[in-house]
Design a protein around this ligand. Structure first.
Ligand code: NAP
Length: 454
């Protein structure tokens, strides 16, 4: 039973589903192929109406849907409700702006008329992670469906209820059958699905290992692929930072989604001038967080997604402490049922420690103290990843220095790295390639067809 839903707050198994048989996979791929032929002919106005209908359904069923997310992966109920709301907003964004983003782009040339027309590619396989079970899919599916593609979802094997919910949401919203189909297949079978001739392209959000496997399979059959992988985003605190607003956002940036976000701030790099004050206030704030039942409104941080994920985080912290790092907050598991871990701040972390080299997917912050902003940015860039980065500074020159010199797909100033449908989202280096959201994300899975009329 590889698709298993376990409540991370209790450790209780709540649902199990068998992997699809080859015949079931075949049926779903046929359904998607058939749906694509009809869907691509559907008018842009009709697509827009259906996206709006999906947004309406999300909003009218918001608490029920949010409950599924909290039960299945442990995020706080408040953040689950936020996730559902953001999905609705993004569907509305593409319903409203999709027609303009997909309109012919007229380009002057020696032709009497020429330019680019955006056409869909076909059924796109979406391999998705568990950490934002709805959002990760919607941020691809909203622009993808608007552009006329159809979606073949392979969700993470620990969030089957979210996968089924997504499939039913689009059906209940009036989309023709097959516009979004769910496959229960293990990660090890994804390459085979990518190679299936009915699949036109693939998008993956997940780990580097999965990225390598998906890119290899896509490359072997020359299919387009977008990769949204991991990161270890720097959070840089310059001398001109306003700590009143920086400290609370540092805490939120690290523990959002119980610390399990690709764009969570993971390395806090603070210049000496403000280091003592920042470390003291940040550590105190992390110690003050309430960890507990994600349905309890007072809880700031819920459990990690699984026992294995908590073991991984505990292993990274224990290794650092054994090699001389200091925990100025937390540093241990929380006993009892559920996969809870204390919000933790580590100082004195070096390259000899796992915490100095690996992405930490949990509520654990690593703080580095440096002499200057130049040194902070150099350390921020000294990483194999390049997803997001944030810089906290009131001085416009320091702000500009961060935007210019940080090597990342996204640089945020006086704000934690986030996503919004208007702006492209994605990384460089080992964080992957391609973009989601905005017009750029939508066009990733379009044939940008050149037309030339002599
Ligand atoms: P993961 O193990 O890579 O799982 C993600 C998806 O890939 C799941 O559906 C998984 O299926 C599938 N998968 C696993 N191995 C595969 C393989 N060899 N070939 C094809 N598909 C495979 O990732 P995770 O550990 O659950 O998620 C955390 C990682 O995702 C972190 O590194 C995080 O930073 C990254 N992430 C990135 C973004 C972004 O936007 N850049 C957003 C969220 C998360 P199974 O569950 O069946 O194994």
């Amino acid at each position: 039973m590889p698709y298993v839903s376990i409540n991370p707050a209790t450790g209780e198994v709540t649902a199990e589903y068998a992997d699809f048989t080859p015949a079931e996979i075949d049926d779903k791929l046929n359904l998607a192929t058939k749906a694509f032929h009809g869907w691509r002919q559907t008018s842009i106005e009709e697509r827009s109406l259906l996206l709006t209908s999906a947004a309406n359904h999300l909003e009218s069923e918001l608490p029920t849907i949010a409950e599924v997310l909290t039960k299945e992966m442990g995020k706080t109920f408040a953040s689950a409700k936020g996730e559902v709301g953001k999905c609705a907003l993004t569907l509305r964004y593409y319903a409203e702006h999709g027609p303009a983003l997909l309109a012919d782009q007229i380009i002057a040339s020696p032709a009497s008329k020429s330019g680019v027309r955006y056409e869909p590619l076909g059924p796109v396989l979406a391999v998705m992670p568990w950490n934002f079970p709805l959002w990760q899919l919607i941020r691809f599916a909203a622009p993808g469906l608007m552009a006329g593609n159809v979606v073949v979802l392979k969700h993470a094997s620990n969030v089957p209820e979210s996968a089924l919910l997504l499939e039913s949401l689009f059906r209940r919203s009036g989309f023709p059958e097959g516009c979004l189909v769910n496959l229960f297949v293990p990660g090890s079978q994804v390459a085979e699905v990518i190679r299936d001739e009915r699949i036109a392209a693939v998008t993956l959000t997940g780990s580097e290992a999965a990225g390598q496997s998906v890119a290899t399979a896509a490359g072997s059959v020359l299919k387009k692929c977008v990769l949204e992988l991991g990161g270890s985003d720097p959070f840089i605190i310059a001398a001109s930072a306003d700590l009143e607003k920086t400290v609370p956002m540092a805490i939120t940036g690290r523990v959002q989604n119980n610390g399990q976000s690709c764009i969570a701030a993971k390395r806090f790099i603070v210049v000496d001038a403000v280091a003592d004050e920042f470390i003291e206030r940040f550590s105190q704030g992390m110690r003050d967080l309430v960890v507990g039942d994600p349905f309890e409104p007072a809880s700031n941080v819920g459990p990690l997604v699984s026992a294995a994920q908590r073991d991984e985080v505990a292993g990274q912290v224990d290794d650092a402490l054994a090699k001389g790092a200091i925990a100025t907050a937390g540093g241990a598991r929380i006993d009892g049922p559920g996969f809870y871990y204390q919000p933790t701040v580590l100082t004195g972390v070096t390259r000899e420690m796992r915490a100095g080299n690996e992405e930490i997917f949990g509520p654990v912050a690593v703080v580095y103290r440096v002499d200057s902003l130049e040194e902070a940015i150099a350390l921020g860039n000294d990483t194999p990843w390049g997803l997001g980065a944030s810089i906290w500074a009131e001085d416009p020159a320091e702000q500009e220095q961060g935007i210019r010199d940080l090597e990342a797909g996204m640089v945020f100033v006086n704000a934690i790295v986030g996503s919004t449908p208007e702006l492209p989202f994605g990384g460089i280096k080992r964080s992957g390639y391609g973009r989601e959201l905005s017009g750029i994300g939508m066009h990733e899975f379009c044939n940008a067809k050149t037309f030339f009329v002599a």
